[in-house]
Ligand binder design. Structure first.
Ligand SMILES: C[S@@+](CC[C@H](N)C(=O)[O-])C[C@H]1O[C@@H](n2cnc3c(N)ncnc32)[C@H](O)[C@@H]1O
Length: 215
């Protein structure tokens, strides 16, 4: 799909938002849905793992997992503002040598990237129209596990997302949020050789951990 998603997403996430997210993270630690991903990944007992964090934002997942589970990280993000803050925090934690930062729409660069043990997408599929393309490419890059969070298919989020997209349209901002069908995402990952081993729910977000069962 020829797409200017990177440009659209880059415009959607401002430097102010990125700075404010980093301040919150430093003050309060990871957000609730991110903690679910971290717990799920840690429950696998992996060490010295390679992590591919897609749409990692300010980099919370790798700032945390480089302390115990991960050895090397690739962080691909469509937002230059978020990447800037992620790099600054990685340097502050002396992790910069272990993280490869790439500014891109993951689906455009996936074929050039190596596989990783773990792939994560925290609140990313809901920013991207073509979830099939994104999740398939993500799954193809995971040798062992894939964890992601996405908005739940509830009536209140359907209404909320419609309202948000209505205001985006009024503002003539092409960025949209998406409530993708969970059953289809699950079926796609199963076809790619994964099984779901953990499912946790919050009011807005659901977190699913998948493990590879077949090559
Ligand atoms: C809502 S933010 C979430 C950031 C972070 N994962 C978190 O939970 O705090 C969505 C992030 O996904 C990135 N993103 C969305 N679609 C992407 C794609 N196709 N490739 C790379 N990054 C993408 C955006 O640039 C943004 O940083």
């Amino acid at each position: 799909m020829p797409c200017n998603c990177c440009e659209i997403t880059d415009n959607a996430f401002s430097e102010d938002e990125a700075r404010s997210e980093l301040r919150n993270y430093r003050k309060r630690g990871p957000a609730k849905q991110t903690k679910l991903i971290l717990q799920a990944i840690r429950s696998l007992g992996l060490r010295n793992a390679e992590l591919l964090d897609i749409g990692g934002g300010i980099g919370v997942i790798h700032h945390e997992l480089l302390e115990d589970v991960a050895d090397k990280v690739t962080h691909v993000d469509a937002s230059s503002a978020y990447l800037k803050e992620a790099k600054a925090e990685a340097a502050r934690r002396r992790h910069e040598e272990r993280v490869h930062f790439i500014h891109a729409d993951f689906t455009n660069v996936a074929s050039e990237l190596p596989k990783a043990d773990i792939v994560t997408l925290d609140r990313v599929v809901c920013c991207y129209p073509d979830f099939r393309r994104l999740l398939k490419a993500a799954a193809e890059h995971s040798q062992r596990a894939l964890a992601f969070t996405y908005p739940r298919e509830t009536w209140y989020l359907r209404v909320g997302f419609r309202v948000m997209n209505f205001f985006q349209k009024l503002r003539k901002d092409p960025f949209r949020v998406f409530l993708h069908p969970v059953a289809e995402m699950d079926a796609l990952l199963k076809r790619e050789g994964f099984e779901r081993v953990v499912l946790r729910r919050l009011f807005v977000w659901e977190m699913a951990l998948y493990q590879r069962t077949a090559g």
